[in-house]
Design a protein around this ligand. Structure first.
Ligand code: PXG
Length: 299
């Protein structure tokens, strides 16, 4: 069955879900988005994702034409129309249709797009054997140029980094900031473990304030683990006991090699394993999985 896609208040079969070539989202990457997951009908951290979407929009002076409650309702209706319980949800707000030229005021009405799709899970082996990452030359956008806290439609900075890592034969790129401190990966935040403590770059390192990152910090602290949000360099990466990445799609992925240096014992570390188990429990148990979809959906 064809998926139905929400565009500006209406649902379209996926083949007919189209936007104008004059939309500034396409022409300039002018817009914002969120990537969200639902687990067994529960949308995980929905309020946090919606809040971040509206803050990203505010930061680029884009006024979303519907309020947060209406956005939530539109999202649920789209999930319901597609009968999806475990899904990947993409909320997109573009600047809308305008004339050629950068002036955002030429675009009168922002467009809202909601895609709900089957989630393509990462191979389970990846969570056991881990991934190989490299640090790349492409630095993360400087916060004074384009603050990485804004989850905007222009991902070229991240794509260039990803290309570098793939060319180097590694599956993920670790991006540094303009000062040479570790920032984040192309679509995930980064953590290291050293002497039983967790270390992750602070938001002012110039990163996206990941919702999975925040969840992992909370889970770790609840479990009595000391978590530090501090700047660190490649040296700390190379000498870490464990390293893992966090993101909505990937959840928690172990990194076992960085720039050819084996991390820890070269396998998924114990703290990574335990946090992944806790994260899975949190997302998959109905009491903690967040907002339940107020609709009946098929398994
Ligand atoms: N950093 C960057 C640059 C990201 O794009 C994260 C960190 C992790 O944030 P969350 O809030 O997910 O823990 C991201 C997230 C997509 C897609 O469709 C992208 C992300 C998440 C889900 C889907 O490309 N990026």
């Amino acid at each position: 069955m064809a998926l139905k896609v929400y565009i500006d208040g209406k649902l379209f079969p996926q083949d007919e879900a189209k936007v104008s070539v004059f939309d500034h989202g396409l022409l300039y990457g002018d817009g914002v988005f969120e990537g969200i997951r639902s687990y067994n009908g529960n949308v995980f951290k929905l309020q946090e994702h919606i809040d971040r979407l509206y803050e990203s929009a505010k930061a680029i002076a884009l006024q979303i034409p519907i309020n947060k409650e209406e956005m939530q309702e539109a999202l649920y209706n789209t999930l319901k129309a597609n009968n999806l319980k475990d899904s990947y949800i993409r909320l997109v707000v573009t600047r809308g249709v305008g004339k050629l030229g950068l002036e955002h005021t030429k675009c009168k009405i922002p467009s809202i797009i909601i895609i709900t799709d089957f989630i393509e899970l990462y191979p389970s082996r990846l969570y056991e054997v881990g991934i190989d990452a490299v640090t790349v030359r492409t630095i993360r956008n400087h916060f004074e140029a384009l603050n990485p806290r804004i989850k905007c439609l222009n991902y070229m900075n991240n794509i260039l980094a990803k290309i570098e890592s793939l060319n180097a034969g590694a599956s993920e790129a670790i991006m540094l900031n303009a000062e040479g401190y570790v920032a984040e990966c192309t679509g995930e935040n980064i953590f290291i473990v050293k002497h039983g403590e967790l270390l992750t770059p602070p938001v002012n390192a110039g990163i996206l304030k990941g919702i999975t990152r925040d969840t992992v910090i909370e889970l770790a602290r609840k479990g009595g683990i000391n978590v530090m949000e501090e700047l660190f360099t490649r040296y700390e990466l190379y000498t870490a006991d464990e390293c893992f990445l966090t993101g909505t799609a990937a959840e928690i992925v172990p990194v076992v090699k960085i720039d050819g240096r084996v991390v820890g014992n070269g396998k998924c570390g114990r703290m990574t394993q335990s946090l992944l188990a806790k994260y899975r429990e949190l997302t998959r148990s109905p009491e903690t999985a967040g907002v339940a979809t107020p609709v009946t959906v098929k398994t």
